[in-house]
Design a binder for this molecule. Structure first.
Ligand code: ADP
Ligand code: ASP
Ligand code: MG
Length: 404
């Protein structure tokens, strides 16, 4: 039995009209003699009534009584509704289909409610259903703990369901259908000239996803990479092949993946930069600061340190808490709110001289103030103000001629 996993995101299943495109892709795969496991997200986006954010709006716990477990029970309904609606339309269209929950699909997770990690997939029920059906529609974004509680996998987690099922079912490929034509050189909402990439490596796209390119969940890429299953990111509305994510090169002379220093530009807004002056006992002070942040569950990023200064970023919504902690330790933090982290990512930048210089030149030419920089062998990060974010992303896209 040849199995293909297809995943359709929220906008793809939003309306009956959009779902006609979904059904077209399903029927095309059936004509190629595949058995299909179709993973769906909740229908549409807020204010659509069954979208994840709309469901979240239905509840508000009194302070200190937040129940992540109940929240997951509610959120899981969005994907269940979507799976039944699509399966019903498939049946009306004479496709032999059945809908099942993530739990029935055998997705076992830890009990980290709202951010659960998949521990194991036991696909027996899916395989059983595929004996009598051509299509099994699985509610994405959800699983079950060992003791039977419903969990969700973190926002955007239907991608993760699809990748994990693809591996457990030894599928030929996992197709992620969405509202753009593939993984693009930058978010097309930010850069008009962004272009879809034909092929990218797992590590490049994983990096882009962690740095804010929300076209695919980074965990889905990690799972696919570990299981060595190819992913394709493609548009629901066209027949274009989209972007292939793989480490396998089509032929030994294919240098597309390695020949470009920069593959794409990603961005994350909503950050606060914190700068702290350090005294003679800098090392001790730094460990005091990071210790206190870790204890308060504040995730710090973009750390630059010298014997006299420490700079880092935190998610903007926890600024007040972090500042209070630092002040209680006797520090006088300097705060810049509303910052954005711009990342230039490329597996091919290692050993290529002048990439950082080109970035700084392009940004200063565009009049972007650089608040902080850092680099690794595959990424260069720049912190700017949110106001400069669009200008910065476009300037880097242009400087590296990513539209060509
Ligand atoms: P879905 O609901 O199908 O999962 P998402 O909204 O999660 O869709 O992801 C698709 C969106 O990701 C696109 O509409 C696009 O604006 C955004 N995006 C951000 N960065 C990129 C990128 N580099 N390439 C493509 N899309 C991107
Ligand atoms: N519906 C969930 C979300 O909005 C999961 C997903 O779309 O992948 O985050
Ligand atoms: Mg998504």
């Amino acid at each position: 039995m040849q199995i293909l996993v297809q995943k359709f995101g929220g906008t793809s299943v939003q309306s009956e009209e959009n779902r006609q495109h979904v059904i077209r892709h399903i029927k095309a795969a059936l004509r190629e003699e595949y058995k299909l496991v179709v993973v769906v997200s909740a229908l549409g986006r807020k204010p659509d009534p069954y979208a994840t954010d709309s469901l979240l709006n239905l509840i508000q716990y009194p302070e200190q009584h937040n129940s992540a477990q109940e929240t997951d029970l509610l959120l899981s309904c969005g994907e269940i509704i979507s799976s039944v609606v699509l399966s019903n339309e498939l049946q009306r269209d004479h496709v032999n289909s059945v809908a099942i929950t993530g739990s029935l699909a055998g997705i076992l997770t830890n009990n980290d409610f709202t951010q659960a990690k998949i521990l194991e997939v036991k696909p027996d029920r899916i395989l059983e259903a595929l004996q009598t059906h051509d299509v099994v529609v699985v509610a994405g974004f959800q699983g079950q703990t060992e003791d039977g509680h419903v969990t969700t996998l973190g926002r955007g987690g239907s991608d993760t369901s699809a990748a994990a099922l693809g591996i457990a079912l030894e599928a030929n490929c996992v197709d992620i259908f969405t509202d753009v034509s593939g993984i693009m050189t930058a978010d097309p909402r930010m850069v008009d000239k962004a272009r879809a990439l034909d092929i990218v490596s797992y590590s490049e796209i994983c990096n882009m996803a962690y740095q804010g390119a929300k076209v695919i969940h980074p965990r889905a890429v990690e799972i696919a990479m570990q299981g060595k299953i190819p992913l394709r990111i493609r548009s629901t509305y066209t027949e274009e092949p989209g972007t292939l994510v793989t480490d396998a090169k089509p032929n030994a002379f294919d240098t597309d993946i390695i020949d470009r220093p920069i593959t794409g530009i990603a961005h994350i807004a909503g950050l606060t930069q914190i700068k702290i002056a350090l005294s003679e006992d800098a090392t001790n002070q730094q460990s005091q600061i990071f210790d206190a942040m870790a204890k308060a569950d504040v995730s710090v990023d973009f750390i630059n340190s010298s014997p006299t200064k420490l700079a880092f970023t935190i998610p903007g919504h926890i600024t007040a808490d972090a500042v209070n902690i630092l002040k209680s330790l006797g520090f006088k933090p300097e705060i810049t709110k509303d910052c954005a982290k711009i990342s230039a990512i490329g597996g091919g930048m290692t050993g290529v001289p002048g990439v950082a210089a080109k970035i700084v030149q392009a940004l200063s030419k565009a009049g972007v103030e650089i608040l902080q920089t850092a680099d690794s062998h595959t990424t260069i990060w720049v912190l700017t103000t949110e106001e400069d974010m669009r200008k910065a992303v476009n300037a880097l896209h242009e400087a590296f001629e990513l539209n060509k």
